[in-house]
Design a protein around this ligand. Sequence first.
Ligand code: MN
Length: 354
Amino acid sequence: MKRREFIGAAAIGALAASAAAQAQPPRRTYKRIATEEGFLIPEVLDENERIMRAGGPQLMTRGAGVMAQNSIDIGAGRIAKMDADGVDMQLLLLSSPGVQVYDRDKAVALAKLANDRVAAAVKAYPTRLAALTTIAPQDPIEAVKELERGVRTLGLNGVLVNSHTNNEYLDLPKFWPIFEAAEALDAPIYIHPRDPAAGMAQIMTGPVLGGPAFAYGVEVAVHALKLIDAGLFDRFPKLKIVIGHMGESIPFWLQRIDNRFLWSTRTAPSKLKRLPSEYFKANFWVTTSGMNYKAPLMMTIEQLGIDRVLYAIDYPFENQGEAVKFAEAMPLTPAQKMKFFQTNAQSLFKIKTI
Ligand code: MN
């Protein structure tokens, strides 16, 4: 080939390459793992129905239409929606309040059944689904056994607790064997919201304060701070706790919590070894579930560091496609996006199959 022909061919090649680049966006270098995605099993919907008929709280039943259908689909239909919306993997959590409103024996049995079902779904789609172990805190000893079975035998990726159980929080010493087992297995515990405990619940109602609008976040923030206040992380310093919704407002409060903690403990020293914010930064990870909101995302990253912030959507309760578009539009570098969407989740939840 003569020199002039060579340059001509190279120029045409470059033009073709640049046209191709304009035709489609650059190839993604990371996978998108969404880490707080809801599922249910039909037996839970049926038990919810029975409890509601007996005058119990409002719960999701088969009558919830598309929401119930999307919740119990942990197979091909869910995968197709993930494909359409650009989600590579969902980490599945039994939707709130899970088994925590049932009597003890029913709760223990349905937790096991939910774990067996979701483990089978993960086995069917190992590169697309991962899941947390549901436990029934109503029986702390059985909860420890199920936690160990879920992580060791079923190969699940951590533990789920839907906040309080019968108005009791996990700061009570009777629940601490659960934390001891989780720390020993290096299994993160995800504290997911539910309707607030008695006392808070009565005043937090309606479309502005109730449920996910505000009450859920307050509920989990209170739970998280009670764990810090109880000295849990002095006893179990390697414990990993995960909370959603940009940290349930705690990143916004850290400076004031420390400031007032120092003031109120100047005359009556605290039993805590460290500042409240130090435990939050050492023992907590935060996901973005249900919060397509730039300012708190950037502040949470600034407060905790990019290694502690994980992507989550809150499917099927939130719009999966919108949540992907929002997160992609955030001013994060390619290296930050790699951590946020993929590698933070992989290392925290020990996801090896994506
Ligand atoms: Mn959720």
